[in-house]
Design a binder for this molecule. Structure first.
Ligand SMILES: Nc1ncnc2c1ncn2[C@@H]1O[C@H](COP(=O)(O)OP(=O)(O)OP(=O)(O)O)[C@@H](O)[C@H]1O
Length: 549
């Protein structure tokens, strides 16, 4: 652990973040103090701050690279300059040896490679930080791609997570401006994401779900999952015999209609979001393959987002609020979408939203770029410290990625135009409701919110009432003042009693004739009288000043 901390300190110093090391007060920890002395020259040069942070993450290895990659999707947490920089993080890692592959498969599948596979290629097709993919053939001749998890990676990640937690706590304690990024909470979310990603059965379930949802789509294809050869550390998918779409960028002569590929992928994304509520959040050109028969295969299902019907409705309502320039409705939706805490300044949030809606005022849905709007909204919420659910942030990132893919394949593509029919259909469904009620949409929205929540709230109240736990908070108006006055009166009374006691005590002392003397009287008694006199005078002044004798 200490060596790891040391490496973190060295890397921070190397990229000119030595001042953070100072502020984290790491120097107070003796085993690490020696590290702070060797501040050499840095290779950072004129690199921007986000660039230097990226280099730090890259140098610290897989867990940190993954953290950066996940953060690159959280525009709600960190500024855009950083998300852009972090999305360039590559896990340029060495493949692990075939003996390790053999061992993981033996442990996970309970059989030797030769008993399961007719052929298993020793050199992987691709290696990433968490695992690597091998080409193989099953005994029945079916071609598969086997993703094998890097041995011991869980231990490394657990140790790194421990350190990240302590660093986050340090940062929260010693670097006030870091609190804005909610370090602890971010690491908690990161932990659940990375642990989830390390469970390949989750990825297999995602693939299966996409395959079910997209079964009627003639253009896109999802590889089949081989459950018998899949576990939490081994994922066996049908091998896609195709070409990465990134290879077609800029080459006209391959006879591939890049426009229709771009369109099919973006359409599929819109369907996933608006109709299925389950979307692939990482549709970049490396994960989109063109098959021999011209169909488009989607790969890498580790990062999928789920939108509940309620959440989907909220997002559609948001689009409606924009087309109607209804700030009130927009704020209500935000209240439901994120959590608008005490610290949020609603007034300035309203001003910003008014500004945003003004820019979109009167635009037809065809010109509303939903990805851009989402991105703008998430940025705006970050600015005002409104928390955004992670699946909405993921949606924003997914939309941006697919938009990037679309632009790469077909620079003339108009995403908003493709999204329009999906958005329009969903909005129409919501609008029909509003016309039945015959009222303004925002009224209907509020009513539906009340109706949706009422049964649960009423049943909760009845439950606690039945158990006799129903608590009412009684807050009578002006009660605080009465209590304060009673407090002041009793204090004055207590004070008078103390003064009286001092006078009686001093008289008794004078009677005893106790030495030493002053002015012919026992000194202790005289001091008592003087004190009582002063306190008495102060009390009289205090009472006179209250105006009520
Ligand atoms: N079913 C498949 N058929 C053919 N090739 C595949 C298949 N699955 C994965 N690959 C190859 O392996 C590469 C990495 O796979 P995948 O993206 O699933 O892994 P990953 O660990 O999530 O990597 P990254 O994080 O870099 O995207 C793919 O880009 C592709 O070249």
């Amino acid at each position: 652990m200490i060596r790891r901390y040391g490496k973190i300190i060295d890397t921070l110093i190397k990229y000119e973040f030595g001042y953070l090391v100072d502020r984290l007060k790491i120097g107070e920890f003796r085993p690490l103090r020696s590290r702070l002395r060797k501040r050499e020259h840095t290779p950072a040069g004129t690199m921007s701050r986000p660039g230097r942070v990226r280099m730090v993450l890259e140098e610290l290895g897989p867990t940190y690279i993954k953290l950066g990659q996940i953060l690159s999707m959280r525009q709600d947490l960190i500024p855009m300059e950083y998300t852009e920089e972090f999305s360039r993080l590559q896990d340029d890692v060495q493949a692990f040896g075939f003996e390790d592959v053999r061992k993981v498969i033996r442990e996970e599948l309970g059989s030797e490679i030769k008993d399961v596979f007719e052929y298993f290629e020793e050199t992987p097709i691709a290696a990433a930080s968490l695992g690597q993919v091998h080409y193989a053939r099953l005994k029945n001749g079916e071609e598969v791609a086997v993703k094998v998890q890097r041995p011991g990676i869980r231990k490394i990640i657990d140790a790194d997570l421990d350190i990240m937690y302590s660093l986050a706590e340090f940062a929260e304690e010693h670097i006030p401006e870091a609190r804005l990024y909610r370090p602890r909470e971010t690491i908690e979310e990161f932990e659940s994401t990375i642990i989830n990603e390390m469970d390949y059965t989750q990825e297999a379930r995602n693939a299966q779900r996409f395959a079910n949802n997209l079964v009627d789509d003639p253009l896109t294809y999802i590889p089949k999952v081989y459950w018998d050869y899949t576990s939490s550390k081994v994922l066996t998918l049908e091998y896609i015999d195709g070409v990465k779409s990134s290879l077609f960028v800029g080459s006209e002569e391959l006879g591939i209609d890049r426009k229709s590929i771009a369109r099919a992928v973006v359409e599929s994304f819109m369907k996933q979001v608006y109709e299925d509520g389950f979307f692939h959040a990482d549709l970049h050109s490396g994960n989109v393959f063109i098959m021999k028969d011209g169909r488009i295969a989607l790969l890498d299902f580790g990062m999928a987002g789920f939108l509940s019907p309620d959440m989907r409705n909220l997002l559609i309502d948001e689009l409606i609020a924009i087309t109607k320039s209804d700030t009130k409705l927009y704020i209500e939706i935000l209240r439901d979408l994120g959590s608008i805490g005490e610290e949020v300044d609603i007034h300035s949030l309203k001003i910003d939203i008014d500004h945003l809606l003004y820019r979109y005022y009167g635009r037809p849905v065809k010109q509303l770029d939903t990805a851009a709007i989402l991105q703008e909204m998430v940025g705006l919420l970050r600015k005002h410290q409104v928390r955004v659910p992670s699946n909405v942030a993921l949606l924003s990132k997914g939309a941006m990625t697919v938009e990037g893919f679309g632009a790469l394949m077909d620079p003339e593509m108009n995403i908003a135009e493709i999204a329009e029919p999906y958005a329009r259909k969903a909005m129409k469904k919501r609008f029909q409701l509003s016309s039945i009620a015959g009222g303004a949409y925002s009224d209907l929205y509020n009513w539906s919110r009340v109706m949706r929540r009422a049964p649960m709230k009423i049943s909760h109240i009845l439950d606690v009432a039945e158990k006799g736990y129903l608590k009412l908070r009684f807050d009578p108006h002006g009660f605080d003042r009465i209590v304060a006055e009673l407090d002041a009166a009793s204090n004055r009374l207590a004070f008078s009693l103390i003064i009286s006691a001092i006078i009686v005590g001093s008289s008794l002392i004078i009677q005893t004739g106790l030495e030493p003397y002053i002015w012919g009287m026992p000194m202790l008694g005289v001091i008592g009288f003087v004190m009582a006199g002063l306190l008495g005078m102060w009390l009289v002044v205090y009472i006179l000043r209250t105006g009520r004798i």
